[in-house]
Design a protein around this ligand. Structure first.
Ligand SMILES: Nc1ncnc2c1ncn2[C@@H]1O[C@H](COP(=O)(O)OP(=O)(O)OP(=O)(O)O)[C@@H](O)[C@H]1O
Ligand SMILES: [Mg+2]
Length: 371
């Protein structure tokens, strides 16, 4: 990252008793960047965000915000949340039911001693940003979920923080509203230029909203990169399988002689070699020929052909069944070696259950992994 960092985590660790729930996590978020922590339930996303906000103290490491140390347990440094000046929106939007929309949003400003015309002007400005000026005097409970979510966003943005912390802020919304809020937050962020630390377990949300993503698993950051880097070049089987669908073909490591490209030998039920599928990308380290390996390819990169059509780097499969999923057909296919894979095809593909098909795997799109 060449930009100036707004937030840095240096080997941050959190322990509850004997259990380490965040392990030596390091990352740097640039000014104006949307940075996402993505991972399965319980991997430590919320805990990391709460440590950044100052709602939890780290057990080790350092948190630095705009060049100032916010937490450094080794030196006894801990800056409380209200002195950090970050905006926060949590999953349960927690707006105050006994207050109007206006008062909910005004609250953080009142806490900071803002009053009178300035207060009114700033609340109105932020309400205008999300198109809710007309609802200013409405009691908070008389709002839809999406409107409450917007109020909660306004409350976090009203004092113009440089960093906005979002913990699954859209999870209580229905699918349509989710997409709408995602677009709105993206637009606001680009207009106002604040940085965002976003937490989600939803891969689509992460891929569409983020400049960079950190994929977390069991308290550790597995990989950091742009959405495309992570999707196209996952650094571990965990990242590969967490983000997107994967077609996995198991076999043994082929001789790498052919064009120097290694591949997987696909074998039949009796162990007889049927074909070799080559891989252009290789996560193997010193694996010897004949060892068990797998080859992965994203389903959308597989080119489907009839069995009698010639194709480079291909494997045969039997279509077991077709599932109609609206905009496309899902094909459940059993490969020559018995592996079950799931592929997508256009509705007009003309494939049928019981048919043998050829799966062409373009070499640049295939990866080899340890078994
Ligand atoms: N106060 C606490 N005391 C003990 N363990 C805790 C505490 N808070 C969280 N944990 C544990 O820390 C781990 C990480 O929790 P965290 O809430 O950060 O997960 P998460 O990634 O946000 O998950 P989710 O997607 O379900 O929100 C979990 O195993 C959780 O049970
Ligand atoms: Mg959480």
């Amino acid at each position: 990252m060449t930009q100036e960092a707004v937030l840095q985590l240096e080997a941050v660790t959190k322990r509850y008793g004997d259990t380490e729930v965040v392990t030596s996590s390091s990352l740097a978020i640039g000014k104006g960047e949307v940075f996402t922590l993505l991972g399965p339930s319980g991997c430590g996303k919320t805990t990391t965000l709460r440590m950044v906000a100052g709602l939890e103290a780290p057990s080790g490491g350092r948190i630095i915000y705009e060049g100032k140390v916010m937490a450094d347990p080794a030196r006894g440094v801990f800056v409380p949340p209200h002195k950090r000046g970050m905006g926060m929106v949590f999953q349960s939007y927690a707006i105050w039911p006994h207050m109007t929309v206006f008062e909910n949003i005004a609250y953080p400003l009142r806490l900071r001693g803002v009053a009178g015309d300035e207060l009114r002007g700033r609340v109105e400005k932020v309400l205008d940003l999300v198109g809710m000026t007309a609802l200013m005097d409405r009691p908070a409970p008389m709002l839809s979920g999406g409107q409450q979510q917007r109020v909660s966003l306004c409350r976090a943005l009203v004092y113009e923080p440089d960093l906005l912390l979002l913990d699954e802020p859209f999870s209580n919304l229905d699918a349509k509203l989710r997409v709408q809020m995602r677009i709105e937050v993206g637009l606001l962020q680009r207009r106002l230029g604040f940085s965002v630390l976003f937490v989600t377990h939803d891969q689509i949300e992460a891929l569409t909203l983020s400049d960079r993503i950190a994929v977390m698993s069991a308290g550790r950051i597995e990989q950091v990169g742009t959405p495309q880097e992570i999707y196209d070049h996952p650094a571990s089987p965990f990242v590969r399988d967490f983000l997107g669908q994967t077609v996995l073909i198991r076999g043994t490591l082929a001789e790498g002689a052919e064009a120097g490209i290694p591949g997987v030998v696909v074998a039949g039920g009796a162990g007889e070699a049927l074909c070799v599928v080559r891989a252009g990308n290789n996560a193997l380290n010193g694996t010897t020929t004949g060892s068990a390996v797998s080859l992965s390819i994203r389903p959308e990169d597989v080119v489907l052909k009839r069995a009698d059509q010639a194709a480079e780097n291909s494997v045969l499969g039997l279509v077991e069944s077709l599932v109609f999923v609206g905009d496309r057909i899902e094909l459940q296919v059993t490969l020559q070696n018995g592996d079950a894979v799931l592929l997508n095809a256009p509705r007009s593909g003309g494939w049928a259950a019981g048919q043998t098909i050829r799966l062409e795997c373009p070499v640049g799109r295939t990866f080899l992994w340890p078994a």
